[in-house]
Design a binder for this molecule. Structure first.
Ligand code: ARG
Length: 474
């Protein structure tokens, strides 16, 4: 048969025309066109696999491969042609088949032998996720490098470390920046795991039951760069765990970015003034001329909602599905594509804003220099004199209360008063406490002592260089 009554992929058993609104409603080309280059790659691998099983001759394979290459090129360069063909395309699979038959005539219809869009879409989408992971790792690398550079530039600047948003103990600003860096390093690893779950090729699964033409699944997988094939055809057409894993990794990045954003929004407030917002990453108010607002950070924090929403959305779509392909699965793509684009922007903006931020060393240092932050050091002093910690904690509490009563800093209390609280206090007490000494004491690995932080910077740099952050630019 060389005649077809219409160019739909499934028109044969239908008599009537589809309802126009429903027809538009069921199409996915508006968003799955993003998968076009992957679709073409899969088509090329499939064309080659059809030769050894006698469906395509060597010449037909060559003709098909050449046509597919031409279609991709034309789609990227000839907008008028693309839009005309797109207008009638149900999805990316339909688009390529239309373009292929336009190019090759009935030969174009042979390519779909033994295969289904159900396996095609799963394969294209997996390939997209694998590439998306490496572009996201590249962007994470950029943010990490910006954090590391600030950590190095500001090495030595102390700040008031907080818990419960209350001043707690002095730490180095660099230590604080590296805390955020650790979270983003974990994101790189989480992305890697998402790529691993995407790394299995569904082609050969058919619509649900497998392939009757003894197609060489391993060869197709190899050709496409997958390291394995999916194990069960029914699972292969319904599994979207790789998309969930990628969205989970994106939600993790968003959450970490949002926390970073929150810190900088607070630090930029007049009460803190720890940072001066860079003009290039801030906006003003249409009413209040003096305002400079941390919009870059606020938008990053705000956009986190929709990233998490995309993860929850797909989980919800999947939860009630019967085994096998269901059309609901078409809903897997838009949320992920948008989340991917948003995170890419969020990471680039965050990296730019971090790099351009000026830290106000004086303010940070003043906050760190409040003697109250050294109270734990005083307890440690008594512990070194042989007093059990709980008792030492109690004694220092009394010292603080006395200082409060006298309205002086506790470090200014004379020795005779201190001795009435505990005989363990000696003449070296007053001299024992400084921000520098408190910092230097935390020299344990992972602590905030300058030497430990220097080592952490070197270690982080080494780990970053080992990770795949030099991958593809998005
Ligand atoms: N556009 C569909 C999707 O995104 C492709 C698969 C359609 N399969 C089908 N039998 N209708 O999931």
């Amino acid at each position: 048969m060389t005649e077809r009554k219409d160019d739909r992929l499934w028109g044969g058993r239908f008599e009537g025309e589809p309802n126009a609104q429903f027809d538009a409603f069921q199409r996915s080309f508006a968003f799955d066109r993003l998968l076009l280059s992957y679709e073409i790659k899969v088509d090329q691998a499939w064309a080659k696999a059809l030769e050894p099983i006698g469906i395509l001759s060597t010449e037909e394979v060559q003709q098909t491969l050449t046509a597919l290459k031409k279609i991709l090129k034309r789609a990227q360069t000839d907008t008028a042609w693309f839009e005309k063909l797109a207008a009638g395309a149900e999805d990316v699979h339909h688009f390529v088949e239309k373009a292929l038959t336009e190019e090759l005539g009935p030969l174009g219809w042979k390519l779909h032998t033994g295969r289904s869009r159900n396996e095609l879409v799963a394969t294209d989408f997996r390939l997209f996720v694998i590439d998306a992971v490496s572009s996201m790792q590249y962007l994470l690398g950029g943010l990490l490098r910006a954090l590391l550079l600030q950590a190095k530039t500001n090495l030595g600047v102390p700040m008031a470390g907080m818990t419960h948003m209350q001043h707690a103990q002095p730490i180095l600003l660099s230590h604080f920046l590296l805390a955020h860096a650790e979270a983003f390093i974990r994101d790189i690893a989480r992305l890697e795991r998402a790529a691993l779950s995407a790394d299995a090729c569904p082609m050969g699964s058919g619509a649900l039951a497998g392939n009757s033409f003894a197609i060489d699944r391993d060869a197709i997988a190899r050709e496409l760069g997958f390291s394995r094939v999916t194990a069960n055809s029914l699972d292969a057409v319904s599994d979207r765990d790789f998309a969930l894993d990628y969205l989970f990794a994106l939600a993790g990045i968003a959450t970490h970015l949002s926390r970073l954003a929150e810190d900088f929004v607070i630090f930029a407030s007049q009460e803190f003034s720890y940072v001066t917002l860079p003009d290039a990453f801030s906006t003003g108010s249409s009413l209040m001329p003096q305002k400079k607002n941390p919009d870059a950070w606020e938008l990053i924090r705000g956009k986190t909602g929709r990233i998490t929403g995309a993860l929850v959305g797909l989980l919800t779509t999947l939860k009630g599905l019967p085994t096998s392909y269901q059309r609901d699965l078409q809903e897997d793509k838009e949320g992920l594509f948008t989340a991917h684009d948003q995170i890419a922007d969020m990471l680039s903006v965050a990296a730019g804003a971090i790099a351009a931020t000026k830290f106000n060393a004086d303010r940070l240092c003043t906050a760190a220099s409040n003697p109250a932050l050294l109270a734990t050091e005083a307890a440690d002093y008594l512990v070194r004199k042989g007093i059990p910690f709980r008792q030492a904690h109690d004694i220092v509490g009394k010292v603080l209360r006395e200082a409060e009563k006298q309205n002086v800093a506790w470090t200014a209390l004379p020795l005779d008063i201190l001795k009435t609280i505990s005989p363990a206090f000696e003449a070296d007490f007053a001299k024992s406490f400084s921000v520098d000494a408190a910092l230097a004491a935390k020299k344990v690995r992972g602590g905030t002592a300058p030497d430990a932080v220097r080592a952490a910077i070197a270690d982080l740099e080494a780990r970053l260089n080992k990770k795949a952050t030099t991958g593809a630019k998005p």
